[in-house]
Design a protein around this ligand. Structure first.
Ligand code: BGP
Length: 484
């Protein structure tokens, strides 16, 4: 029997592709009826490599609302995918993509969050994107909320801190499920939902200046509202399009103990529990006891409506997706856990790091895959992974061997996990085309197989240029991961 099933490799139909988010590529922030989104009030910080996306205050919000400059707010500009989507999707098709992960900008469909009728022009844009993907037989994987929401909901309800936002979101989800049913086989509700513990970019709630305790209270309450909204969306999708699948999305960060001291091992376990808490709720349908204990010990009170728990329990996700960039190290006496800034965990002497200090750990991907498969027994989907680097364009070429090496090493580990028995649906590397960085709002932190001619000041022709890695990934897909 063992001989019949081994050696395993990537299954037939494995979904190879790439992932982007509306606010990092589309641009066209005030075109065709679009409203302003939370991502578009985040200023570019000068001369700062690491910038907190949770820096928005009432004051900076007022400045941003009145400001129409695009240079100061690069996510308003993106890489103008709004007008280049045909060209970009053709390039994805040329690489052989089986799947493309993108997000729908909620503020294109409901510009003010609670409009009487959806904005038809916004819906039409995604009709076109879907039609273009269908032309090449590329399956869409759509994120419903990727680090943005209509800013009007922040102004009215303090984003997800307000329970009213659940109804607004589920009107949006019902609208897009009805509009795009039978065209989208895979949906995700909230991108990297666990980063809601870091603040504004995920919760849309301004809590700058409050005490740490008050912030925790607001953030976990906002997250509870997202859990409920996600479960309601799951229910809606099952009624509207029973063949489509819906998943959760976690920024997976495995934490290692700094030493074999059992206290350090326990500290690492705790850090890991706090990471997996989110998928525990979304996959199992209930709050785990270790978090109830954490809330109790930290005086956090989650306000729940009467049937919230029943809604969660009745609507767990079909599959679990996650992003994977790095691992962390912790010790029982370490101050803080690095949350709020991905690059500030303990250092691991066995790992190299990227130019932005993200520790590169391919084996950690296998550990994460195996851990999550053991824990949930639901199909997994890697929906982000990649290397942000400072590429050099010379004579019209970018020689990015470092990117090829990074991706190859991670894909090798995926293969090992599949041999270990993990059910892996697919792999959408992050940023197949260069885009605006989430955490720094820079253009120069590049991930793509396709170079975009634009600098940090928004100067450039926006011309798309294939890097060396373009052909490499094309080969990977063509051979279904055999030729790495
Ligand atoms: C994830 C986000 C993406 C993305 C990626 C890389 O956390 O889901 O939106 O951008 O990280 O991060 P960065 O752009 O900060 O390098």
């Amino acid at each position: 029997m063992y001989k019949e099933t081994y050696p395993k490799t990537f299954p037939k139909g494995f979904l190879w592709g790439g992932a982007t988010a509306a606010n990092q590529v589309e641009g066209a922030w005030n075109i065709d009826g679009k409203g302003m989104s939370t991502a578009e009030v985040v200023q570019k910080a000068d001369n700062r490599r690491q910038m907190s996306m949770s820096d928005v205050t009432q004051e900076t919000l007022q400045v941003a609302l009145a400001d129409t400059t695009v240079e100061r707010y690069p996510k308003r500009r993106g890489i103008d995918f709004y007008h280049h989507y045909k060209e970009d999707i053709a390039l994805f098709a040329e690489m052989g993509f089986k799947v493309y992960r993108f997000s729908i900008a909620w503020s294109r469909i409901f510009p003010k969050g609670e409009d009487q009728v959806p904005n038809e022009a916004g819906l039409v844009f995604y009709d076109h994107v879907l039609a273009e993907l269908a032309k090449y037989d590329i399956k869409p994987l759509v994120t419903l909320s990727h680090y943005e929401m209509p800013i009007a909901l922040t102004q009215k309800y303090n984003g997800w801190a307000g329970r009213e936002t659940i109804a607004a979101f589920n009107r949006f989800t019902e609208t897009v499920f009805n509009r795009y049913k039978k065209q989208v086989p895979y949906w995700l509700t909230f991108n990297e939902i666990n980063t809601g513990t870091w603040g504004f970019h995920e919760t849309g709630a301004i809590d700058k200046g409050l005490s740490e305790k008050e912030q925790l209270q607001i953030r976990y309450q906002a997250l509870h509202h997202q859990f409920v909204a996600s479960a309601i969306a799951t229910k809606q999708l099952r009624e509207i399009d029973s063949t489509a699948k819906i998943g959760s999305m976690l920024a997976r960060m495995q934490t290692y103990p700094a030493t074999p001291n059992p206290k350090d091992v326990r500290a690492a376990q705790l850090a890991d529990e706090k990471n997996l808490f989110f998928t525990d709720v979304q996959a199992r349908g209930e709050y785990p006891e270790y978090m109830n204990r954490f809330f109790h010990e930290n005086d956090i009170v989650i306000q729940m409506a009467e049937d919230d728990q029943a809604i969660l329990l009745a609507n767990p996700v079909d599959f679990i997706s996650f992003s994977y960039y790095m691992t962390n190290v912790t010790a029982h006496d370490q101050v803080g856990d690095g949350a709020g800034n991905m690059a500030v965990g303990g250092r691991n002497p066995y790992l190299k790091e990227s130019d932005w200090g993200w520790q590169i750990d391919p084996v950690g991907l296998r550990i994460s895959l195996n851990t999550m498969w053991d824990r949930y027994r639901k199909p997994l989907f890697i929906v982000e992974n990649g290397l942000g680097a400072l590429d050099k364009l010379e004579n019209g070429q970018v020689h990015d061997q470092y990117r090829i090496d990074y991706l190859r090493q991670h894909i090798e580990q995926m293969k090992e996990s599949i041999k270990d028995g993990v059910d892996l649906l697919g792999y959408t590397m992050w940023g197949p085309i260069d885009l605006i960085s989430f955490s720094t709002s820079e253009m120069s932190k590049r991930y793509g197989f396709i170079y975009v001619d634009q600098d940090d000041n928004g100067e450039g022709t926006l011309k798309r240029i294939k890097k060396d890695s373009f052909e490499w990934y094309q080969q990977v897909i063509k051979t279904n991961g055999e030729q790495l």
